[in-house]
Write a protein that binds this ligand. Structure first.
Ligand SMILES: O=C(O)CCC(=O)C(=O)O
Length: 319
């Protein structure tokens, strides 16, 4: 089943957090949407997130934020391909190829070498820091978490997902399966594609209205990712969320989701990042995370130079 878009966002409001007047306006279907003008999302969208356990906000991520992620992913691609060239797997770095195709062309020519499928440590850089702390993303997090005291959770990933590649096919799981001791802390995931994603090239599927339910048992999937048992998977009804760059899919830590296989001939590029309320933030999230916004304690918001010290002991090539 494919998802209908939730038109929950207007970018202009996002920068307008000073305004305090409430408002209401009809949307294209005649339904009245209500706004508190110091919010990035309208109240219906926030309610929808809490009721259904996911929200697709269309055209919510500004181009400058996406560009920060893209720069980091391009740099990662340069480094990954340079390694293959250095190992003698590839004669040249294929710099003329497009962002959408370069990695897949290089990977095939290099003999399909293994690479870090969900890079995190290797994309840590100033651009990623600025992306994670981007005011528009923090605005959305503030609305969905219900507090202006917002932290970036240190679990974030890029997903260079190639065609015909079982080991990057993320199976049905709940994010909280990765941090079971923090399963009841509201950790908001935001998943953003850098290319258009459809059922053909590995869009995500979500199973709705399960965010307040049980935490499923961990099952070691054939991909090596944590997944759900065959029996638990059979209980889920997947909703395909097809998206364009600029859209953001938001869901909390117990919403089951998976990625469909990439059947295109191009890379499915995406990034997934997480936010939580600073008060009561998870230990795992704080380890490489940081305070992104704090009206109460503005000095707790770190600089890039301060944040980078949290990564110094983590070797390249690992998470
Ligand atoms: O992008 C993917 O393939 C999986 C993303 C995911 O599972 C997540 O963001 O939690």
């Amino acid at each position: 089943m494919r998802a209908n878009a939730v038109q929950g966002f207007t970018g202009t409001r996002c920068y307008d957090r000073q305004a305090t007047t409430a408002g209401a306006e009809p949307n294209c279907t005649g339904q009245t949407l209500t706004w508190n003008l110091d919010m990035a999302l309208n109240t219906e969208s926030i309610a929808e997130y809490h009721e259904r356990g996911w929200l697709l906000a269309r055209n919510a991520v500004p181009a400058d934020a996406l560009e920060l992620a893209r720069v980091a992913l391009q740099r990662w691609t340069d480094q990954t391909i340079a390694k293959w060239v250095g190992q003698g797997l590839l004669p040249d770095a294929l710099v003329a190829e497009s962002f959408e195709r370069r990695l897949v062309v290089a990977w095939n020519r290099a003999g399909k070498p293994r690479y870090v499928r969900s890079p995190r440590r290797d994309i840590v850089c100033r651009e990623i820091f600025e992306f994670l702390a981007h005011p528009v993303l923090v605005d959305i997090a503030q609305d969905l978490l219900g507090t202006p005291e917002v932290s970036v959770n240190g679990i974030f990933n890029a997903r260079p997902k190639l065609p015909d590649q079982l080991w990057t096919n993320t199976p049905w799981h709940q994010d909280a399966q990765y941090y079971r001791d923090a399963a009841n802390i509201h950790i908001l995931s935001m998943w953003m594609p850098l290319v258009r994603v459809t059922e053909h090239n590995s869009c995500l599927q979500v199973a709705e209205r399960m965010q307040n339910g049980m935490l499923f048992d961990n099952f070691e999937d054939e991909t090596g990712f944590i997944g759900l048992t065959r029996e638990d998977r059979a209980t889920l009804r997947g909703i395909s969320v097809e998206m364009d760059p600029g859209d953001v899919l938001c869901f909390p830590q117990k919403t089951p989701h998976r990625a469909l296989p990439n059947m295109s001939d191009a890379v499915r590029w995406s990034v997934d990042i997480r936010f939580e309320a600073t008060e009561g933030a998870s230990d795992i999230g704080k380890r490489q995370g940081f305070v992104a916004r704090s009206p109460a304690h503005p000095s707790s918001v770190p600089s890039y130079e301060q944040w980078i010290t949290q990564w110094e002991h983590i070797p390249p090539g690992t998470y």
